[in-house]
Design a protein around this ligand. Sequence first.
Ligand SMILES: NC(=O)c1ccc[n+]([C@@H]2O[C@H](COP(=O)([O-])OP(=O)(O)OC[C@H]3O[C@@H](n4cnc5c(N)ncnc54)[C@H](OP(=O)(O)O)[C@@H]3O)[C@@H](O)[C@H]2O)c1
Length: 303
Amino acid sequence: MTELRQVSLGSSNTPISAIGFGAMHLAYPSDCTNAVAEQVLHGVVDLGVTLIDTADRYCRDEADAHSSERQIASALRSHSEDTSSVCVATKGGMLFPDGMWVRYGKPEHIRATIRESYVALGGQQPIALWQYHQLDLNYPLEETLGVVREAVDEGLIRHVGVSNFSVEQLVRARQIVDVVSVQNEYSLWWRGPERDGILEYCDREGLSFVAWRPLGGKHRASRIAQHESVSRLAAEKHASPCQLALAWLMAQSPRIVPLPGATNVAHVADAVKSVALTLDDRETRLLADAIAEEPPSLRLATS
Ligand SMILES: NC(=O)c1ccc[n+]([C@@H]2O[C@H](COP(=O)([O-])OP(=O)(O)OC[C@H]3O[C@@H](n4cnc5c(N)ncnc54)[C@H](OP(=O)(O)O)[C@@H]3O)[C@@H](O)[C@H]2O)c1
């Protein structure tokens, strides 16, 4: 396995690679077979990535819940080398009936889904990182995260993170359970975390900021080279345009861990090279000026 630069997960002593991998599209919506998914996941591990992100509802529908977690656990088991250093981060708190995301933070559901995730991920070790996927305002945060804290105490979860949270929600969450990370959308195409205070908060408090959809998703990732100034800079730096977009994120704060997704292992091999790519102020400004912001993929809950 290749050595990639490591960072700490929050202020814990758990090391993770400076860039992660998002496994969502290996399970949904995807024509990836399990064999292709296994090949990609083996490639991810070989490239030194030790943070793999999934969710209980990265699946085709409710009947298929936890399938991404099972896919990852199976690929890690079938790898020829020791994969115990890989941190699999999962999430719970959403349902996926008929291909539609629905928030569901009912404590009984959270208790059950944590147990199911634990089993799907192998049932031998605590879940390395369990994240509350998105706040469900129908259930008090104190009750939902109270159940998560019990799962930590029972040894089912090692670390807790939150996703799609505001600063105010995060402050409340940390009064209930120890939180090591926040996973929110952040990319050149959506820079809300620079304005809503969450990045500054993570920096100050020593939390990891895991940036989801860091390439803006499928369509933007494939169009990024069409910006002339970006492709000129890429040629100057002997880097791909996607590497520039990921290096730009990491240049914003040492706490940022981008989470690119891919169904093609050559894309992962390209993406991990961004860890060694440094950008100066002129270069980061050039990228921010070249790419216009667009509305986020998801709006945060507002109280
Ligand atoms: N917490 C949340 O609410 C939330 C929401 C959405 C996503 N996420 C997480 O974020 C992860 C990433 O999101 P995403 O996959 O939607 O968006 P993304 O990472 O911004 O973009 C993925 C797209 O980029 C392409 N790509 C990746 N690396 C590339 C490279 N080096 N060169 C060219 N193209 C490249 C992939 O192509 P190929 O597929 O062809 O390889 C894929 O089409 C998900 O897997 C998930 O773990 C979390």
